[in-house]
Design a protein around this ligand. Structure first.
Ligand code: XUL
Length: 450
């Protein structure tokens, strides 16, 4: 059986054709927003803003990305007519607001990198305190939908009033494919500070506090299982058969959990992408005592933990460019020229306002003279700094025998060896860098009763 998984990530859209029985990707196509859709003026997937806390994108770009990825897949000769089901995922927390006619009621959608809602987070904290985490799986978080909607309703009351539906990017893209209003899946829905994870329904009290009428604007909640969603007629133009099942898209992290085969407890996943994330399946609902980590739904049932580190691959790339070296040097050579522990030299990149732990965007912070140090010392210092921060902030989740590393930077032998040292665990990589798209494709396969 062949299925398609679509990954709508921060910097681009990828579509893979997945052979479910052979467990492998047989065709793929990718779109990079900066290179392929320059008309949206978003080289890194968001609109440049002088205020680095504001991170937004034009939602039309995500629709165009989806369509272009599918046409590239078709043009590459992929067997589109044989696809049995479609699934996918999107960057988490991005919202898409629609009016009653299905038009965008907010031209710019905040994405997960936005941290401009400090005042709203303080209001949520003051009202709900620790109970927000025990109800929704996370303390009040700037990028989550509750804080973002509170700000939207306050700053643009007319546009908020015109909004009939507040979608996550994942449920929005599912709606586009199905040509009808789609539900939010519990994996991504848990990243809103609005879904009560004890009842798996929208929390009426929190929604009422966030903005007037919000609960009526939220999609329904999809619990793991089969949905009646079907591919809309207009996708026949890509060679797909209208009417095949469409699995509700989930968040990129829940999708990667499934794509890595880590949907059952045991293995932890480190995903090295625009953001670095750490996640693992959990049998029981348990929250981070320090308040940085999150609990999301597991799209196949149960829960998953997640910690997100905002200064991931873009930070590594920036250090690489500042050092004037190529990726081979960054990924390998730098680590053969230096030793584990780096003689105590440590550095942390804070190019973006960091969320785990909270830290303003102040640039590199090093315990040695950064400017005069050789490139290899800087590179190991940054990678060890990032990876040991991940280890420290995720101890509450537990110890793991195996860490599955995925995402673009999982190609780096140097980074993999640092992860092995820091976690004292066996490290394996997923062959493909497509774990989220594969997760979407595997969730699609679950829609077919065989
Ligand atoms: C998770 C998070 C990011 C985004 C983009 O909470 O904000 O990992 O999903 O990858």
């Amino acid at each position: 059986m062949l299925t398609i998984g679509i990954d709508s990530s921060t910097q681009g859209t990828k579509a893979v054709v997945y052979d479910v029985d052979a467990a492998k990707v047989v065709a793929s196509a990718a779109v990079n927003y900066g290179r392929d859709l320059p008309e949206f003026g978003s080289p890194d997937g968001f609109l440049p803003n002088a205020d680095t806390r504001v991170r937004r994108a034009n939602p039309e770009m995500w629709v165009r990305g989806l369509e272009l990825a599918l046409s590239r897949l078709r043009d590459s000769g992929a067997p589109m007519g044989e696809i049995a089901a479609i699934g996918g995922d999107a960057q988490q927390h991005a919202t898409v607001c629609l009016d009653a006619d299905g038009n965008f009621s907010r031209r710019e959608s905040p994405i997960w990198m936005d941290s401009s809602t400090t005042a709203e987070v303080a209001a949520l904290d003051a009202r709900f305190g620790k109970s927000l985490a025990t109800r929704t799986g996370s303390p009040a978080i700037e990028r989550f939908v509750a804080a973002q909607m509170m700000k939207f309703a306050r700053e643009e009351p007319e546009a908020y009033a015109r909004t009939a539906r507040v979608h996550l990017l994942s449920s929005f893209l599912t709606s586009v494919l199905a040509g009808e209003d789609a539900p939010v899946d519990i994996g991504d829905g848990a990243g809103m500070n609005l879904l009560n994870l004890q009842t798996l329904a929208w929390d009426e009290e929190i929604c009422a506090f966030v903005a007037e009428g919000l609960i009526g604007k939220l999609p329904r909640v999809h619990l793991p299982g089969v949905t009646p969603l079907r591919l809309a007629e207009r996708f026949a133009v890509y060679g797909l058969r209208p009417g095949i099942p469409v699995a509700p898209f989930t968040g990129d992290n829940p999708a990667s959990l499934v794509g890595c085969g880590a949907e059952k407890p045991g293995t932890a996943v480190v995903s090295l992408g625009t953001s670095d994330t750490f996640f693992a399946a959990m049998d029981e609902f348990r929250t981070d005592p320090d308040g940085y980590g999150h609990v999301f739904g597991n799209p196949v049932g149960g829960f998953m933990s997640l910690a997100c580190f905002k200064n991931g691959s873009l930070a590594r790339d920036r250090v690489r460019r500042e050092c004037g070296v190529d990726w081979k040097f960054f990924d390998e050579t730098a680590f053969s020229l230096t030793e584990a522990g780096n003689g105590g030299k440590r550095a942390f990149p804070y190019f973006e306002t960091e969320i785990t732990p909270k830290h303003e965007a102040t640039g590199i912070e090093a315990n040695f003279d950064w400017t005069s140090a050789p490139a290899e010392t800087k590179i190991r210092a940054i990678v060890e700094g990032q990876m040991s921060n991940i280890r420290e902030r995720t101890r509450w989740i537990g110890d793991f025998d195996t860490i599955c590393v995925t995402g673009g930077a999982s190609r780096s032998k140097g980074i993999l060896s640092v992860i092995g040292d820091v976690f004292g665990a066996k490290v394996k990589t997923l062959d493909a860098t497509d774990s989220a798209a594969i997760g979407g494709a595997r969730l699609a396969a679950r829609q077919i009763c065989r």
